[in-house]
Design a protein around this ligand. Structure first.
Ligand code: SAM
Length: 346
């Protein structure tokens, strides 16, 4: 049997598939979730402790130029969708520098943002000009007191004002609502009612154990089946919608509603078989599965000599040894549940 060096193999892969990242389970990886900061102006209790986490030092974060360069490299490798996340991405006052660059990148078909919608208002006009339409707004309550209890901050009015504006301005808005036992499940039906006349999708996610160590758990009560059963008690007539194969969301429409809703089994992990994602944290950690440990850090590599070539090699290598499922990854890396989602980016 002939043995090939890593460089030869990478060349062969390039010749066969062109610019594509294909993992060791034959899954094409074309979707990058890129965190631009780990800082957030909210303190959602399922995400981090009230005092926050040990946030990264400024020089451990990429500059906007570095994030732009990194994105260009990733698009060169076959990434055609980038979701900007955080922490809260709009905490970075120069975020638009990156978004302007991304909107010019050939081969990048989809730029999306996940935000808590507290700081987005001054940027809405330019987002429209840049053609960035896909905004996910995290919002776990209809009731103001519930919102403030979960987020530990007084930002309810501004979030709803900005959400309404995004909808009115024609953005493709999806609301991310985490179903939290004993906290907000009484708001599941009200949020569906509140949004029924708007062209938005409300996506109910299962809680995951990435809360910076504030609460450890290995099972959940409110899984996607229970959320659906609960919705059906109020709205028995729902139609299941077609979804793209790589979608993590099982989507439905309630009869008579303009909005749709989705269920995301983020803890039950029913969708790993079609996973097309890669995550890069704000400090440069490469995460090939939410339930694992970072595979490597790109920061010094990007800042060093031949950064582009080295990053391509490292990413291809990481993609070539992914776990098949989040359960397999979890078994390999016991103890990762000390992480906070504000570092990972959701
Ligand atoms: N600050 C932005 C926001 O609020 O959308 C982006 C970052 S936030 C970490 C990204 C997503 O992760 C949000 O939708 C949030 O609800 C979700 N998230 C955070 N902690 C989670 C947890 N423990 N389980 C499930 N989802 C979580």
């Amino acid at each position: 049997m002939k043995l090939h060096s890593f460089h030869q193999l990478a060349g062969m892969i390039d010749e066969k598939w062109g610019n594509m990242l294909i993992d060791n389970h034959d899954r094409t990886i074309n979707y990058l979730r890129l965190a631009v900061t780990d800082r957030c102006n909210l303190r959602c209790n399922y995400c981090m402790p009230s005092e926050g986490i040990d946030f990264a030092k400024k020089d451990h974060l990429f500059t906007m130029d570095e994030l732009g360069f990194l994105s260009e490299i990733m698009v060169g490798l076959g990434i055609n969708k980038i979701r900007i996340t955080g922490g809260e991405p709009f905490i970075r006052k120069d975020l638009m520098v990156l978004l302007r660059k991304l909107s010019q990148l050939e081969g990048l078909d989809d730029i999306s943002i996940t935000t808590n919608a507290t700081l987005i208002a001054p940027y809405i006009e330019e987002l429209k000009v840049l053609g960035i339409r896909n905004i996910n707004v995290s919002l776990d309550a209809v009731d103001k007191a519930t919102f403030e209890r979960i987020t530990r901050r007084d930002q309810y009015d501004i979030v709803y004002t900005n959400l309404n504006r995004l909808i009115a301005e024609g953005f493709n808005v999806r609301i991310n609502f985490i179903a939290l036992e004993n906290q907000n499940t009484q708001d599941i039906i009200p949020i569906l009612k509140r949004m029924q006349h708007y062209p938005v999708s409300i996506r109910f996610l299962e809680e995951m154990p990435f809360n910076g160590g504030s609460k450890a758990f290995s099972t959940i009560t409110w899984d996607y089946k229970k959320i659906l059963a609960h919705i059906l008690t109020e709205f028995p007539e729902v139609i299941q919608l077609e979804s793209p194969q790589t979608s993590t969301s099982i989507n439905y429409r309630i009869k008579g509603h303009t909005s749709t809703f989705g269920l995301i089994p983020s803890f039950s992990r029913t969708f790993c078989g079609t996973c097309n994602r890669l995550r890069i944290s704000a400090t440069g950690d490469v995460i090939t599965c939410l339930y694992g440990k970072p595979r490597l850090n790109l920061r010094e590599i990007l800042r060093g000599e031949n950064g582009e070539e080295k990053i391509k090699e490292h990413i291809q290598k990481a993609i070539g040894s992914r776990s098949k499922t989040g359960f397999e990854e979890q078994r390999k890396y016991m103890g990762v549940f000390q992480n906070s989602m504000t570092s990972i980016g959701g």
